[in-house]
Design a protein around this ligand. Structure first.
Ligand SMILES: [Zn+2]
Length: 314
């Protein structure tokens, strides 16, 4: 894995006279592979205590332009990400890809709605076909949370809807670099999108993969386990989860999460077969899983509730 930082690259670019003046403080990013950059969010809740900086954000640089993959949990994070892109490369952002509709991944979108400083057109926003409805259902909550928790008053255009929709698969050409986007059946959510860069064999999984941060079921437990089986078929040199550290062992990177979700499925089915109520099931299975999972106290019992609701009528 290359460890060249964007700051080092900026110094090189500035020395070459190609540095763009940036008023915003740029996010720290790491170059995972040539042209593939990542800002790793904290393993923490999406709250002011973490500055909302909890989701991973990436970008991939082609010969013609840049694709951004998720924009972070606040408008300020989006601006800092755009500054990080600008100090890494003079190329414009042509695509902003949202991996799914959770606020920690896309509330920085508004930073990318304007044209580039060199007159390049504003980027297109890309998402799963069902991202539209999911955003529509949650926009009011997002606005309230930004106002109430982050003291940010969103403007009308700050919640940005996708203009390019992916029903199954879409290829995006960045100039001698083509990204493959896949829209998944309901798994972590009902609008999960993965981004694969064949040139570096990097797979951005959004929240189809959690590392360190306990997985959160907000779609379908059975669908997610099916997606994990299908994902094993990708040829991956590095996997980028939605939360936590990237991994190079594949498909071993899916192992911890698959075991957690498999256990949740089996234990919840057993509780249902034993005639347990929801409250009894949460009580029975509620002991918090330990290593490697963090934030289990926030999400584990909620996952049991989601699993119970899904499996109750099968
Ligand atoms: Zn998510």
């Amino acid at each position: 894995m290359l460890a060249r930082s964007a700051a080092l690259l900026m110094a090189t670019l500035c020395a070459a006279g190609a540095c763009l003046a940036q008023a915003e403080a740029a996010l720290a990013v790491t170059e995972l592979a040539p042209g593939v950059f990542l800002h790793q969010g904290k393993v923490a809740d999406w709250t002011p205590a973490s500055s909302g900086d909890v989701a991973n954000m990436g970008f991939v640089v082609g010969k013609r332009c840049v694709a951004v993959i998720d924009t972070g949990g606040t408008p300020a994070l989006g601006r800092a990400l755009r500054a990080a892109v600008a100090r890494t490369t003079p190329l414009p952002v042509c695509w902003v890809i949202n991996t799914h509709a959770h606020p920690d991944h896309l509330l920085g979108n508004g930073a990318f709605t304007t044209a580039g400083t060199d007159g390049a057109p504003a980027p297109q926003f890309v998402g799963h076909t069902r991202l539209l409805a999911a955003l529509g259902a949650r926009e009011r909550y997002f606005r309230n949370a930004l106002q109430r928790d982050f003291q940010f008053t969103p403007a009308p255009g700050d919640i940005v809807y996708p203009t390019v929709l992916v029903e199954r698969r879409l290829e995006l050409d960045l100039g001698q670099r083509v990204l493959q986007l896949d829209a998944w059946p309901t798994a972590h959510t009902d609008n999960d999108l993965t981004v694969y860069d064949p040139a570096s064999r990097t797979l951005f999984l959004g929240d189809l993969l959690f590392a360190d941060h306990i997985p959160v079921v907000d779609g379908s437990l059975k669908g997610w386990l099916a997606a994990l089986v299908a994902l094993r078929g990708f040829d991956v040199a590095r996997a980028v989860p939605g939360h936590g550290a990237p991994a190079t062992a594949w498909p071993a990177a899916l192992g911890n999460q698959t075991r957690y979700l498999d256990t949740l499925l089996a234990d919840t089915r057993k509780a249902l077969a034993d005639g347990q109520t929801l409250a009894q099931t949460v009580q029975r299975l509620g002991a918090l899983p330990t290593s490697p999972w963090r934030l289990a106290e926030t999400f584990h019992r909620r996952n049991i509730t989601a699993a119970y609701a899904e499996l109750e009528w099968e």
